[in-house]
Each structure stands twice: as structure tokens, then as C-alpha cells.
Design a protein. Structure first.
Length: 109
């Protein structure tokens, strides 16, 4: 797979981003006279931050925040690390302690 990614993107581990766009011209929620400028501006704002979207844990948050602007966290906070379980307050506290330390290290660096 690495050679395929390198052939396609020129690197072994590309970063592939998703941008959420507002309604495009011709769609009912797009202003008739607005043109593409609002869409382009929204895309630029959306790309301003890189968020890690999956797999972030208390053990990995430091490394993740070293390269990402933030993280979306869910399962790492759940009892037993199981998506469908309720939030485990001790796991959430451990995660937030690790995240705060990572952010403090980034600010002082």
C-alpha cells in the first residue's frame, strides 16, 4: 500500500482532508447572486485547522497534538474503550490531564 500511496501522492503517508462546503451555486440554499466567493471563503476557513478524527487516546494525545490543531475524541473516553458504553469519568479525566500537559508543552516550546 505504501508504494501505491507514494505513487499517487508523492509521499508514503499523505494527509487527506475533508472540507465541508456550504450550498453550491444552483442549489436552493445558495444565494442567487453570491457566486462562488462564499463557498471558497468557507472552504479556506474550514482548512485553517487540522483535527485528528479517530484513535486519539490519553497515551497518544501528546504526539497527535504535536502535528494537529485539535482532536475529536469519543471512544477513548468510554468505559472499557468501547464506543457504545457510557463515558468513564476516570478515563475522561486521564485524557484531559494528558491533553492539558500536551498543550502546555506546545505553548512553552
Amino acid at each position: 500500500m505504501t508504494s501505491l500511496l507514494r505513487d499517487l501522492f508523492g509521499v508514503a503517508k499523505p494527509v487527506i482532508a475533508m472540507v465541508h462546503l456550504p450550498a453550491l451555486p444552483g442549489r436552493p440554499r445558495h444565494g442567487r447572486r453570491a457566486g462562488l466567493r462564499p463557498v471558497i471563503d468557507a472552504a479556506a476557513r474550514n482548512l485553517a485547522a487540522l483535527l485528528a478524527n479517530t484513535g486519539v487516546t490519553a497515551d497518544s494525545v501528546r504526539d497527535v497534538l504535536a502535528v494537529a490543531d485539535g482532536a475529536i475524541v469519543g471512544t477513548a473516553l468510554k468505559a472499557g474503550g468501547v464506543t457504545w458504553n457510557p463515558v468513564d469519568l476516570a478515563r475522561a479525566a486521564r485524557f484531559m490531564t494528558a491533553a492539558r500537559r500536551a498543550r502546555e508543552g506546545a505553548v512553552s516550546a
